[in-house]
Design a protein around this ligand. Sequence first.
Ligand code: PSU
Ligand code: MN
Length: 333
Amino acid sequence: KIIQFGSDNKNDLFDRSAAAAAAYHYNEEMFYNIKISKEVEDALRSGKPIVSLESTIISHGMPYPQNYETALEVESIVRSYGVVPATIAILNGTIHIGLTEKEIHYLATVGKDAIKTSRRDIAMVTSMGKTGSTTVSATILFSNLVGIKVFVTGGLGGVHRGAETSLDISADLTELGKNGVMVVSAGVKSILDIQKTLEYLETQGVTVVTYGSDEFPAFFTQHSGVKTPNRLDTIEQCAKLLYSNQLLQLKSGMVIAVPPRENEHSELIDRAIKESIEQSIVDGILGKDITPYLLKKVNEKTGGKSLESNIELVKNNARIGSQISKHYYNLLK
Ligand code: PSU
Ligand code: MN
């Protein structure tokens, strides 16, 4: 027997204003505050589509000024679809959902002086009144807290090569398992072990989809040689996937991997990745420093070609993510 979900369930899904109100804390005696921008709060209350954006990509993922320009361009792409962008970061201990241009500029210029903040770092950063840029993991967590369902980024963290001895597995993957948020990305970089990353996501109960291809993309290239667990070909199908996840209250995440445009520099980038990983071992880089280290080295070794592709694919993901968000909200009406 097919169970039909009625309008009651839809009303549950509409309960975003309650989420926004619950999350709106401003209490001097507490050790954390959340500030939701006017634009984002209005969108949450009136049920307008929203897309969240992370900030570690600004502080640690790209150099200045490309980081600043890209962050603004991505926001403007999202807006061009009639969707509200919500860039998330912690500024002087206050969790911000939706940043001003000035705040984005601040993060872009402080760069690595901002604390790269995953779930484990959040209470430290807020209680000490520090500034932290949120990784995919913390951005998923805060998106879920205020009721934002679609989150756009460049690349996810994953299982690192050699994780069988280092145990280096990004907190992005466990966070994806815990929150019913859809993350639109270009897959995971080949600085990571892609097959192991997919295995780990399966264990976490994360639905992994490639948009319009049978292969899981490797960030800089469409081809990883790894078969994707699921393929969807339309925006509508992706929106319906999110809707089903919500109706069933699975409370686990979804990844939409968008293959990037074919890259003429993929061989150069591949070589740079191999050399950078070897160099990271020589330099003794470990833990949260590894991903930013590799991104910087690869960019240097490719003469900026990897950064160019990175910028282009984030924008491409923003186009797809915005449309999914819009369709999802239409399904709720
Ligand atoms: N991959 C990129 N660019 C990035 C990151 C990953 O191509 O900026 C950032 C994201 O914020 C991601 C984080 O959540 O790195 C993962 O870090 P780690 O591998 O330390 O978990
Ligand atoms: Mn790690």
